[in-house]
Write a protein that binds this ligand. Sequence first.
Ligand code: PLP
Length: 454
Amino acid sequence: DTAANSWDARAGAHMLYGFTDLPSVQARGAVVLTHGEGPYVVDVAGRRYLDANSGLWNMVAGFDHPGLAAAAKAQYDRFPGYHAFFGRVSDQTVMLSEKLIEVSPFARGKVFYTNSGSEANDTLVKMLWFLARAEGQPERRKILTRWNGYHGVTVAAASMTGKAYNALFGLPLPGFIHLTCPHYWREGRPDETEAAFTARLAAELDEVIAREGAETIAGFFAEPVIGAGGVIPPSAGYFQAIQPILKRHNIPLIADEVICGFGRTGAVWGCQSYDFIPDAIISSKALTAGYFPMGAVILGPDLSDRLQAAAEAVEEFPHGFTASGHPVGCAIALKAIDVILNEGLLDNVRALTPRFEAGLSRLAEHPHIGEWRGKGLMGALEAVADKPTKTPFPSTLSVSERIANTCTDHGLICRPLGQSIVLCPPFILTEAQMDEMFDKLEAALTRVFSEIGA
Ligand code: PLP
């Protein structure tokens, strides 16, 4: 393995990495992986890493689940691919749709399939626009989301995402409006109680609706717990405060459950953890335990009925992907749901949550950890230069990246997001593996803070 033909050089020569700190990868080399064992992934040199990210939040059953691979193989042997156009659809797709409505918080509803979470968000935006026109309100097009919310990378989903980097693409599109992130520790004003903070965000929503005109707003999309924005649970009472305002103006509330869905927060859905029922759910990632690329729009009764009527009025809903409702993806999703709900994965999330929270709160005692946040098995530790004032480290120090890189060197993959380190391990984790995760992270924190003289 000479330098020129190393795996790292081959990857660097032929791949344009997405969401990658390129100077860091050029300096450190790519980690090229061959396989996984439970929650561990193994690289070309045989090094093992505990993946505390579950891939990208999705590999919740780990990397070698025999039941999921067998479900895929059986379906490949039986019927390896089909679409869901023209009233033709695989039996697996029908069965998954029934199952998704059964496990949804909706008494009834309908499902539409995509290949990813981004496409599911774009699809629902198009559904809302289609509906608005069908119902004689073509001006109802604006989409409300929050700063730091992450909804994906396709053009509408990127426009929904509340991240400054989208300006590099000239996005968001007009009419995509971002409200304050419901992060009390960061966004709360000095002397503002959490209840007052939540009330301020509800008042902001009221003001935005008044300013823009309720009749111009198609929907409000929110992750129950903001994920890629740095694991940010909502301030207390947030959804209870905003939902009545949206209802009053007939603005659908959409729960983007791409990360929270299927158990991550300790309930099947994040909305159940926060005690609200949205008008529709966006699902992906854990939907197939990451074993197949698939997304789903799950519509509650009101949106289902109205979209069905709107589609009948013009004969069809002219939207869909070649692989919408792919039979192999659906067979895997059926198995994944069974594994999560009936083979103890969701139970394990609940059982491990106290130990996870104890680990996070112990590390948050460090003088340079300002806050720990979490819900179920998603958590974050935010680094600060000065704890009382919550002052961040200068971004030039790349503190969270250094911590994550040090972890990688010691066999732990965790994710730097802003100045936070994010942990979202697979649901199959054992207590011993969780202790390994925290021990390695603690050693990395201690080392990096001492290296930078903090
Ligand atoms: N919505 C949320 C909440 C996500 O976390 C993500 C991806 O991380 C997406 C949407 C986009 O999903 P995808 O990357 O499959 O397009």
